[in-house]
Design a protein around this ligand. Structure first.
Ligand code: CTP
Ligand code: MG
Length: 186
């Protein structure tokens, strides 16, 4: 049924949705690129991508995913579970880490285009983490991504994800800015 498909698509993606804002909360300290510059003379990634952000965001996404697994067992395993016991751990981890690696890849692209840290890159800023999460998960667990987001009516879930992502992204970033956690409201 379509309502269940849509609910499930958003629910399963929570670890990825959680990873970016929590990376902002945890972030700081040593940058992933260690301050090094690329051959164009600009930073490889910039100070906005830190190890603490990567680790904190990944662990936060994983934690949410594990809690979701417990809720699923209690409430409705068929509708809400990530899959096998292994997938209940592996998939949230991959979604969260992938989301942040997508964000890192976007930062790399932005620096190569000469955009400073925090500069806007419409499209990329909103969708980098969705692409990263789905690509990393698909590399390790292709059947999971196909079965939950691609083949059959679940594709509507993917479309809903693409629709709500820019709205969520905007809302969360304005919140982060107001709380003083982000330097720019995007
Ligand atoms: N952050 C972090 N580590 C990450 C991702 C984010 O420490 N892997 C923190 C940084 O403090 C960063 C803030 O979260 O400044 C906001 O994240 P984001 O908007 O992704 O970075 P920007 O500062 O906009 O930098 P960029 O242009 O490189 O995306
Ligand atoms: Mg940014």
């Amino acid at each position: 049924m379509l309502p269940e498909v849509l609910l499930r698509a958003l629910w399963l993606f929570l670890p990825a949705f959680v990873a970016n804002p929590t990376a902002v909360l945890w972030g700081g300290g040593r940058p992933v690129d260690m301050g090094r510059v690329w051959r164009d003379g600009r930073r490889i990634l910039g100070d906005g991508k830190t190890w603490r952000g990567l680790a904190g965001g990944t662990l936060s996404g994983l934690t949410i995913g594990l809690l979701q697994g417990l809720v699923a067992l209690k409430v409705a395993p068929d509708l809400l579970a990530f899959g096998s016991p292994l997938e209940a751990i592996l998939v949230p981890f991959l979604l969260a880490l992938g989301a942040l690696l997508g964000d890192v890849a976007a930062a790399f692209a932005k620096r190569r285009w000469g955009l400073e840290r925090g500069a806007r890159a419409p499209g990329l800023d909103q969708y980098d983490f969705v692409a990263g999460a789905l690509v990393l998960t698909a590399l390790i667990r292709p059947a999971w991504v196909l079965g939950n987001y691609v083949v059959g009516e679940v594709i509507w879930g993917l479309l809903l994800l693409l629709l709500v992502t820019p709205l969520l992204h905007r809302g969360v970033n304005i919140l982060g800015y107001r709380l003083g956690k982000k330097e720019v409201p995007w």
